[in-house]
Design a protein around this ligand. Structure first.
Ligand SMILES: Cc1ncc(C[n+]2csc(CCOP(=O)(O)OP(=O)(O)O)c2C)c(N)n1
Ligand SMILES: [Mg+2]
Length: 587
């Protein structure tokens, strides 16, 4: 069958489906369409389950979640034209999450392209800036070759690859060879740079490791632990990558960035050498938080990343290593092993400092039961609903150890960053730098399909829920057992916070009237539970997780107050200025 060296006579549809099989594809997400029906017809014979969704954005998000949970390709397909344009937001999100998503985009037929026929749009320019590789089948005889390249490049370039196919090119015949996957190892990086990095680390008195998403993508978590233990260095997670280092480890100190750990911030502020391992040091990941401008501008920064273009891009660095995070960590361990390490002289003192900062932050979190700014105090005063922070703490307590949690964009989802701790990699799937509301739920669905034995939980604000809830249909129809925690605060809270801070509380389009989300879930054929007491939060989560084993999706609607945590981006807004008389009151 597949992977034979001799060319075989087959149709382009067969060449495509054989290429999927050769790449280990067992699930494809999408909405049925005439454009690719000839290929879809033979999916079952190739052992591929087609998972029909409610909206193509959901399909591409599911492919993203699938890829992030498994480390394998996530694949989606749709009808030419509108089905494909529905992919756009989710592909942009996958691009910034570095997910190896292969999205197959049948295009209008080659004989009518340019005539303004049905469902016609140029599908390559639309994705050109949010895709790592674009393969266009310019001749049906090249289907196997170009399809295989998309799978190879998605892995090589660590991001989405587009396979664009004029719809008439599924038909005909070709003599094709189904190539085995081409997986290129990256290696540890330049030996001289590694030597320099090792020298800096050996001389460091207070080294700190910042463990980024590259640690997970390279399967390098164990090596990160070994390196940290060798140096006895505290480890911070990069923003929204709380699963890069086990939270129970004494050297773990939590995430940097928005609503991150003060312990991590205070410790990295003291560093003389930072090893940024598998992180692009994205601009949002190190913004000042909690009033702390913690980035150690005088420290030597060693940055390791598999994408050479991000080295030194955002932060000045002393040493840049273009390499795989795991391999680089191993190479550094090798170079440091048995060597005199300056930082071991003060190991006991650093241990004490790490433990003290962690304890102080933990204590602060324990006491931080609600927000204390005047607006929050006012709206929570007469409310019978739960304080978001206390509700998040209860979720944290009840969270199964091997859970996968996806998080959306919103005020409460952001605050949850302080309460999400993981023991194993491939556990946290946040809407990364693209930051689209509506990310978390479909991503959790994809993760669950990829890892059916692990609990999958989505954290979603009630506003973002309106964007994504249609995929409850998919969960009910396909028996995808995920748990959705909807934070019902009756508002687009994160944006409302800007009205509070900058627009004198002139609330415009931020308050939400919604039906009972528990009843809506039930109407979709899912389970729905309204939770309004703190003591019910943990048990509700646990029974919903239990129901996942039966393929049941549960929506837990958390009734919370309208209080709001710190805003994401104080840096990006300024107080309104009005010159025209009619707008003078709007300052
Ligand atoms: C697709 C999309 N639309 C709009 C925004 C702007 N936005 C960012 S946060 C937010 C409010 C989120 O509200 P909700 O989901 O209810 O969560 P909350 O802030 O109330 O916790 C909005 C509208 C966005 N990030 N993505
Ligand atoms: Mg809300």
């Amino acid at each position: 069958m597949s992977q034979s060296a001799a060319p075989q006579r087959m149709t382009p549809s067969e060449a495509l489906v054989e290429t999927l099989a050769a790449n280990g594809v067992t699930e494809v997400f999408g909405i049925v369409g005439s454009a690719y029906m000839d290929a879809l017809d033979i999916f079952p014979a190739a052992g591929i389950r087609f998972i029909p969704v409610a909206h193509e954005q959901g399909a591409a998000h599911m492919a993203d979640g699938y890829a992030r949970a498994s480390g394998r390709h996530g694949v989606c397909i749709a009808q030419n034209g509108p089905g494909i344009t529905n992919f756009v937001t989710a592909i942009a999100a996958a691009y910034w999450a570095h997910s190896p998503v292969v999205f197959i985009t049948p295009e209008t037929g080659s004989m009518t392209m340019g005539l303004g026929g049905f469902q016609e749009t140029e599908q390559l320019p639309i994705f050109s800036k949010i895709t790592r590789y674009q393969g266009h089948v310019n001749n049906p005889k090249r289907m196997a070759e170009i399809a295989a390249r998309c799978f190879d490049r998605a892995m090589l370039e660590m991001g989405p690859a587009q396979l664009n196919i004029p719809r008439d090119y599924f038909y005909g015949e070709c003599n094709a060879v189904i190539q085995p996957p081409l997986r290129i190892g990256r290696g540890a990086g330049d030996a001289t740079a590694l030597d320099q990095a090792a020298a800096l680390l050996a001389a460091a008195k207070f080294p700190v490791i910042l463990a980024g998403g590259g640690v997970i993508m390279s399967e390098g978590c164990n090596e990160a632990v070994q390196l940290a233990e060798l140096l006895h260095a505290p480890v911070a997670n990069s923003y929204l990558h709380n699963d890069t280092f086990p939270a129970s480890h004494p050297l773990w100190c939590g995430p940097l960035g928005y609503q991150g750990s003060k312990a991590a911030m205070k410790l990295i502020a003291q560093a003389d050498v930072v090893l940024a391992l598998g992180t692009r040091l994205g601009p949002f990941g190190t913004l000042p938080q909690h009033g702390l401008d913690y980035w150690p501008t005088n420290a030597k920064i060693i940055q390791v990343d598999a994408d050479a273009k991000v080295l030194g891009l955002v932060k000045p660095i002393s040493v840049g290593i273009h390499g795989d995070a795991k391999a680089a960590a191993m190479a550094l361990i090798e170079r440091l092993h048995g060597r005199e390490l300056a930082c071991l002289a003060n190991q006991a003192e650093r241990s004490q400092r790490i433990a003290a900062e962690k304890a102080a932050w933990e204590q602060e979190l324990v006491e931080w039961t609600h927000e204390r700014d005047p607006f929050s105090l006012e709206v929570a005063k007469n409310s019978s609903h739960m304080h978001p922070r206390q509700m998040l703490r209860e979720l944290e307590r009840a969270m199964p150890k091997n859970a996968m949690v996806s998080t959306d964009i919103g005020n409460i989802c952001s605050v949850s960053n302080s309460y999400l701790r993981f023991e194993q990699p491939r556990s946290m799937f946040a809407a990364m730098s693209f930051g689209n509301c509506g990310y978390a739920f479909p991503v959790a669905c994809g993760a669950k399909v990829a890892a059916p034995d692990r609990p999958a939980i989505a954290y979603v604000g009630d506003g973002a829920w309106g964007i994504s809830l249609n995929e409850l249909l998919t969960c009910a129809r396909e028996q995808i057992g995920v748990t959705v925690v909807v934070f019902n605060n009756g508002q687009w809270g994160a944006e409302k916070k800007n009205h509070v801070d900058f627009y004198s509380q002139r609330f415009n389009a931020v308050n939400l009237e919604s039906p009972s989300w528990a009843k809506v879930a039930q109407a979709f054929g899912c389970e729905g539970v309204t939770v309004d007491k703190l003591s019910d939060v943990g048990p509700a989560l646990q029974s919903a997780v239990k129901a996942q084993a039966e393929g049941k999706c549960t929506v837990l609607e958390m009734m919370v107050t309208q209080e709001l945590g710190d805003p994401f981006r104080r840096d990006a807004l300024s107080k309104p200025v009005r010159y025209l008389e009619k707008y003078k009151a709007y300052t």
